[in-house]
Write a protein that binds this ligand. Structure first.
Ligand SMILES: NC(=O)c1ccc[n+]([C@@H]2O[C@H](COP(=O)([O-])OP(=O)(O)OC[C@H]3O[C@@H](n4cnc5c(N)ncnc54)[C@H](OP(=O)(O)O)[C@@H]3O)[C@@H](O)[C@H]2O)c1
Length: 216
């Protein structure tokens, strides 16, 4: 049983991770500014703003793994805002010997080995480019972090999101830095299967100081 703290544990990615982690018997704490609409039984919900360094310090204290599933939207929109927060979490996690996982984006994946990044292709929507750039910067920071920080960064499939919750199938693939697509060229993953992959990473640590991706 692992103590898992999820920043943004009431959002789309976060609430799926929180639910799957609790179902598997882990001790789960979730942070968000607002109380959840539908709390998961057994999860401890705490309210706090990750822009407050004390909230980050408290979140990293007394846990084994802290996962950030906060998005650079709303108040956190703007170049460098979320990046600064993730840097602070990373510093605190390294100091406390806590593993740090980040739910990032598909935009920083490559379309093929040696190919362009997904976010640099003509099909990538302009509206999502700032979010993709912010999450790509977070990945760069982790990749250049000091060795004592034990981190993972997970890029969901391109079609992952609140608009496509899908179903739990228990069957999916994981990859590295290249976007995974199915036989029809689609890159998809349900919220539940994505969360399954994240909790499995927490349980088995197969991607220490690495980015991985999850898709069908
Ligand atoms: N296909 C893709 O590549 C793809 C698609 C979707 C998402 N993503 C990525 O996945 C990650 C999570 O996205 P999401 O869609 O799951 O996000 P989301 O649904 O917008 O959830 C954000 C969570 O963060 C919390 N939050 C926001 N601001 C906060 C603050 N200042 N302090 C504390 N908590 C705060 C929210 O709760 P409160 O508002 O109550 O604070 C909520 O729990 C992001 O990195 C996003 O870029 C990738």
């Amino acid at each position: 049983m692992t103590r898992i703290t999820v920043l943004g544990g009431t959002g789309y990615a976060g609430r799926n991770i929180v639910r799957v982690a609790a179902e598997r018997g882990h001790t789960v704490t979730a942070y968000s500014r607002n109380e959840p609409a539908s709390p998961v039984e057994g999860v401890e919900y705490r309210t706090g703003d990750v822009q407050d360094p004390e909230v980050i310090r408290a979140a990293v204290t007394g846990t084994d793994v802290v996962v950030s599933a906060v998005s650079p939207r709303g108040e956190l929109e703007g170049t460098g805002k979320l990046r600064g927060i993730e840097r602070r979490v990373a510093e605190e996690a390294a100091r406390a010997g806590v593993r740090f996982g980040v739910v990032g984006g598909a935009g920083s994946l490559f379309v093929s080995e040696g190919g362009p990044r997904v976010a640099d292709t003509p099909e990538f929507p302009d509206a999502i480019k700032p979010e993709a750039a912010e999450l790509a910067a977070v990945l760069e920071d982790l990749q250049s972090s000091a060795a004592e920080l034990d981190w993972f960064y997970v890029s969901p499939a391109g079609g992952f999101g609140e608009w496509a919750p899908g179903e739990a199938t228990g069957t999916y693939r994981t990859g590295g830095d290249v976007l995974l697509v199915d036989e029809s060229g689609e890159s998809q993953i349900s919220g539940a299967d994505f969360a399954d992959a994240v909790v499995s990473e927490i349980e088995h640590s197969e991607h220490r100081r690495e980015r991985f991706t999850v898709a069908y």
